[in-house]
Design a protein. Structure first.
Length: 407
C-alpha cells in the first residue's frame, strides 16, 4: 500500500500529477500555491479533517478539494468511525468555502474510478495505464467500443498538457489504433491525435525556429547561458540536416521531448498559444492525413495555395534552382531536367513559410495559378519587443501546485 496518505506526504508531486490527470480540478485549485494546498508546519490542528493525526488539510478551498480526493481514494481502507468523522469535516469545510458542487464531482469521479474493472481486459484496452514503483498499476479510460474511444480522445484533447510528451504520445497512439480497430469516428480530434502521436513531419528550418523560440524566451542572446548554447547547437543541427519528412520519426520525437521538458521547467506548458506552440504542433504539423489529402491530385504548402500536379510539371527546374537552391532542385526533379511531381508532393508541404512563399513566386512567374486556396497557418516568428512580455506571462509561480506536478 502507498505510504502517501495525503498531499502533505507527496514530496515529489507524483500523486498530485496523477490526480490532476484523472480528476476534473477547477482552475482555482490548479493555480494554487503549495501552502494553499498543503498548509505549513504551524497550521493549527483544527484546520485538518483528521485533527489528531494532522492529516487532510482543510484551511483553504484548494486544500479541501485535494484532501477530498486523497480521502475518497482511501476511505475503504479506514475504520468506518474514523472515515465518517473525516468525511463530515470535509463536507463542513466544503460548505464553508462554497465548493460543495466541486466536492460532489470529486465523490462521483472517485466512485467511478474505484468500480471494479473486468480482469480479462489487456492493458492496451485502456488509454491510461499508471505503473507504480511497487509493481502495482492503475488503468483508466477503457476503449471497448467506439463511444469509449471518442471519450478517451476528448479527454486527451482537454488534458494533454498535463502529461509529458512521451506519455501523451503513447496515449494518442493507443487511441488511434483502437479507433481504426473499432471504427470509431474521432474526426473531431484526429488532427490533435496525429500530431500528438508523432504521425507527421516538418521542415528542418521550422524545427530550428521552434528551438530558437525557447532560446529567446530565456533572455539576452548576446551572452547566452549554457542552456541557450545547447539549444542553439540543436537548432543548427536541424538546419544542417536535410528536410525533415514524415519518415524521420526518431529525431523528431527526441526534439519534441527536449522542448517539452524545457516548457515544463519554465511553465510554458500552462498556456500554449499561437506565439508559443506545443512542440508536436510544429514538429508534426504536416500530418500524414494532410499529406494524403493533397498527394493524389493537389500539392499544397503552408501558404495555403494548392496546385494541380499536372500544372506544376511546367515549372522550369532552373528557376527553382535559382530561387530555392540547387539542392532543392535536385530533390524535386528527374536528372535535373524536369519536375517530378511525386517528389514535389513530398517536399513542398514541408517547406517553411519563407521558402513556400518563394516557391509560389516561381510558380506564378511560370504562369500557373493556384487551383485552390485556404487560410495559411499562423506565422511562428516572435517580434523582439514581445520576448520579455512572453517570458513574464509564462513565468511559473514559485511553489505553485503546478511545480508540485513536475510541470
Amino acid at each position: 500500500m502507498s505510504t502517501v496518505i495525503d498531499q502533505t506526504d507527496d514530496r515529489n508531486g507524483q500523486e498530485l500529477h496523477r490526480i490532476a490527470a484523472l480528476y476534473p480540478l477547477p482552475d482555482f485549485v490548479k493555480n494554487a500555491n503549495s501552502d494553499d494546498v498543503c498548509g505549513t508546519d504551524d497550521l493549527p490542528p483544527h484546520l485538518f479533517a483528521d485533527i489528531t493525526r494532522r492529516r487532510f488539510p482543510i484551511h483553504t478551498g484548494p486544500a479541501t478539494l485535494i484532501s477530498s480526493v486523497f480521502f475518497y481514494e482511501k476511505k475503504a481502507e479506514m475504520p468506518s468511525g474514523r472515515a465518517q468523522l473525516l468525511e463530515q469535516n470535509l463536507l463542513k469545510a466544503a460548505k464553508y468555502f462554497r465548493i460543495g458542487g466541486y466536492l460532489k464531482t470529486i465523490q462521483e469521479k472517485a466512485a467511478a474510478l474505484q468500480t471494479p474493472e473486468p480482469v480479462t481486459l489487456e492493458d492496451d484496452t485502456f488509454a491510461i495505464v499508471f505503473k507504480h514503483t511497487d509493481g502495482t498499476k492503475e488503468r483508466h479510460y477503457p476503449m471497448r467500443n467506439p463511444r469509449e474511444v471518442k471519450t478517451a480522445a476528448a479527454w486527451l484533447e482537454a488534458r494533454r498538457d498535463l502529461l509529458p510528451f512521451e506519455d501523451r504520445r503513447q496515449v494518442a497512439d493507443k487511441i488511434l489504433q483502437k479507433a481504426a480497430q473499432l471504427g470509431a469516428d474521432v474526426s473531431a480530434h484526429r488532427d490533435m491525435l496525429e500530431k500528438t502521436a508523432g504521425m507527421g513531419g516538418c521542415a528542418s528550418k521550422d524545427a530550428a525556429a521552434l528551438i530558437r523560440t525557447r532560446v529567446r524566451i530565456l533572455g539576452n542572446t548576446l551572452k547566452p547561458t549554457p542552456i541557450q548554447q545547447e539549444l542553439e547547437k540543436l537548432a543548427r543541427l536541424c538546419e544542417e540536416s536535410p528536410a525533415i519528412a514524415v519518415q524521420h520519426f526518431a529525431p523528431l520525437t527526441k526534439i519534441a521531448s527536449i522542448i517539452d521538458q524545457f516548457d515544463r521547467e519554465h511553465g510554458l506548458n500552462r498556456r500554449y498559444d499561437d506565439t508559443v506552440e506545443r512542440p508536436e504542433d510544429v514538429l508534426f504539423g504536416v500530418t500524414t492525413k494532410i499529406a494524403a489529402e493533397v498527394s493524389d491530385e493537389l500539392i499544397g504548402s503552408l501558404t495555403g495555395n494548392y496546385y494541380k500536379r499536372a500544372d506544376l510539371q511546367a515549372v522550369p527546374v532552373r528557376d527553382l534552382a535559382d530561387t530555392l537552391g540547387e539542392d532543392f532542385a535536385d530533390a524535386i526533379s528527374t536528372a535535373g531536367a524536369w519536375v517530378d511531381t511525386e517528389k514535389l508532393a513530398t517536399i513542398v508541404p514541408t517547406l517553411p513559410r519563407d521558402d513556400a512563399e518563394q516557391f509560389d513566386e516561381v510558380v506564378a512567374a511560370a504562369g500557373i495559378r493556384p487551383f485552390a486556396q485556404k487560410s495559411a497557418s499562423v506565422g511562428r516568428a516572435i517580434p523582439a519587443e514581445d520576448h520579455a512580455a512572453i517570458a513574464a506571462a509564462h513565468n511559473p509561480t514559485p511553489g505553485g501546485l503546478w511545480d508540485r506536478l513536475g510541470k
